[in-house]
Design a protein around this ligand. Structure first.
Ligand SMILES: [Zn+2]
Length: 306
């Protein structure tokens, strides 16, 4: 037999605690986002009214996530699924099939494509054959790294949340406006921080910084990968090293999931510097919100260019 005090405690927990928690959880809109950036932006729009989970971690390569049953379990219970689109998170369609949740199948009201209406960069002018390994076949999908895209992204998310919970539209709109106000203030600071370095050329590892660089007036001079998702040939590396040396490029931007050793080797050979960037919210320490992630990246680049 359990001691009386413990029995009472258990009774109270079952009779009072659990049902209360259940009701609260049931009231919230259940949202799944494929990436931590989209989770963070959904959190700011949804506030207390949503419970958001991400499928990929911030330090993972969101191009290439292993589809596991645990991901299907998350999506099975979702009211809304927020996807990056532009074929970054194509794997999520397999998760959706396995989840068997009609609310978030393609075309369903619970489905959000966060890229809708965005000015997409690097849209190929000729057909790119995915079998050749290029992971950006419909344009560059890394738009969340540019804070200037957040107004459009959050507008898409807002519409999705409001379709699932129309009674809360006004709250979602208020939350979004409040966030965009904070973003605008930060944007002014970031822009003036980068201003002295405008026009500076940098090299990247995976071609994922073009939106970020363009926003702040920096220029991508080359990438370590030969094409997005395709490792460099020796010939490509030789060319890249020549560019870095000739142009005295100081900085190579990398992400936690890319080949750090290769970037370090190139940096050693050229006198450049490797800068580990937050490739998403939570990718490195101190980047647990969207604004913190952008702030980290701006300061990392500015510091390295000094
Ligand atoms: Zn990519």
């Amino acid at each position: 037999m359990l001691p009386v005090a413990l029995r009472i405690a258990l009774f109270v927990l079952i009779a009072v605690g659990l049902p209360t928690m259940d009701v609260r959880a049931a009231d919230k809109l259940r949202v799944v986002a494929t990436t931590t950036d989209l989770k963070a932006l959904t959190d700011v729009v949804g506030g207390d009214l949503v419970d958001v989970d991400a499928l990929a971690r911030g330090n993972q390569n969101a191009h290439d996530l292993e589809v596991r049953p645990s991901l299907m379990v998350k999506v099975r219970r979702a009211d809304v699924l927020v996807m990056n689109g532009l074929e970054l998170d194509q794997w999520a369609e397999v998760v959706v099939q396995g989840a068997n949740n009609p609310k978030v199948i393609p075309g369903a009201p619970g489905r959000v494509d966060a890229s809708q209406g965005l000015p997409v960069l690097e849209v190929p002018t000729t057909r790119v054959d995915r079998s050749m390994g290029d992971v950006h076949p419909v344009g560059n999908p890394h738009y969340t790294l540019d804070p200037g895209m957040a107004p459009i992204i959050t507008a898409n998310i807002l519409e999705g949340l409001a379709r699932a919970a129309p009674q809360h539209r006004a709250t979602f709109e208020r939350n979004r406006k409040e966030f965009l106000g904070r973003l605008e203030q930060s944007m002014a600071q970031w822009t003036s921080l980068v201003a002295p370095s405008r026009g500076t050329r940098v090299v990247v590892d995976h071609n994922m910084w073009v939106y970020f660089l363009t926003r702040f007036g920096l220029v991508q001079a080359g990438s370590i990968e030969e094409r997005p998702g395709i490792p460099p040939t020796p010939g490509h590396l030789t060319k890249l090293i020549t560019i870095i040396k000739d142009e005295r490029i100081k900085v190579i931007l990398t992400a936690p999931w890319t080949d750090q050793k290769l970037a370090e080797r190139i940096a050693q050979e050229t006198g450049g510097k490797v800068v580990l960037m937050a490739s998403g919210v939570g990718a490195v320490k101190g980047t647990d919100s969207y604004l913190d992630m952008i702030d980290y990246n701006v300061k990392a680049v500015v510091q390295a260019l000094r």
